[in-house]
Design a protein around this ligand. Sequence first.
Ligand SMILES: Nc1ncnc2c1ncn2[C@@H]1O[C@H](COP(=O)(O)OP(=O)(O)OP(=O)(O)O)[C@@H](O)[C@H]1O
Length: 336
Amino acid sequence: MHEVTKIYESKHKLSWFRSEKRSVTAVKSLSLDIAAGEIVGLLGLNGAGKTTTIRMLSTLLEPTSGSIEVDGMSLHKNRQAIQQKVNMIAGGERMLYWRLTGRENLEYFGKLYGMNSPHIAREAGRLLEEVGLTQAADQPVEQYSKGMKQRLQIARGLINDPQYLFLDEPTLGLDAPIARQLRSTIRKLALDSGKGILLTSHYLQEVEELCDRVYVLNRGELLLCDKPERIVHQVAGSQTAHLEVTGWHESLRPKLLEHLRTFTQPAELMGVCATEKLELQNDGLQRISVKTPSADRIITELLPWTTEQGLSIKSFASEKPTLEDAIILLSEGRVS
Ligand SMILES: Nc1ncnc2c1ncn2[C@@H]1O[C@H](COP(=O)(O)OP(=O)(O)OP(=O)(O)O)[C@@H](O)[C@H]1O
């Protein structure tokens, strides 16, 4: 997507005789790319423009300006060829025909992609098997559970073997085990089949777990794009490594700082030294807290050191801000 803008125009009735035109800029000058085999997240609060973006990429909506290209083909000139290469899966219960069976739904959508009947029959059978719906294939969709409908959505989204898949809230309303299964399917589609995937989700843990990169939108405009862990670090700050030990004595403090310096990058060192904090507690338990961009690494490095110094480790933990913390800060405008 290059510099894409979408403006919705609508008419609002003011009285019997008067109406006014209103326009909403849902997406503003958005540039975005998805590589083969990559899972990209699209985040933002309600109304940020995520669904509009996905609908434009899926060719369901026309951008007001800007251009969309898929594998070097422009949407403007090669709409049909691009439609063969992309597909969209929406969460919830949209985009399926409830009176039709699972198999009939896939046959119908396969025909829309111009596939011939033997090809559709083969693919429908294979996909129904892959999403675990072979037994229910000839049952009307209205008799399916929510999880079954969502699995059928996935099969529908894969019927044309798209190179790029756009997923709008794919785990919406699903139980935890089904959502987990779905996440593993999404990962496999990218890793094993090399599909480029764009994903929106209100479950930020899911985005953090799945996505290689994340675009954050605010009122249609791109706020930032980066790896989830870098966004968290950039926006919500450092992680903290905590170790609780006994046997601590003050002469260890300079040694600890010196040891931290041996495996900490100079750029990180200031943060580590400046915020390193030691608290002596009544029972002789000492809490060592180190602020760092990577708490797990600090813990791994400090564990053998504490034992070498004759300290006894009672517990250790890493405290990490999450993508949710970062998005909340961004949405509150508390980060420039
Ligand atoms: N058909 C439409 N006509 C007019 N305005 C629309 C239309 N569809 C969406 N909008 C407006 O465009 C903006 C972006 O909406 P969009 O649905 O793309 O956001 P979203 O990020 O997907 O939101 P959500 O997280 O709530 O699904 C919103 O202000 C919305 O009210």
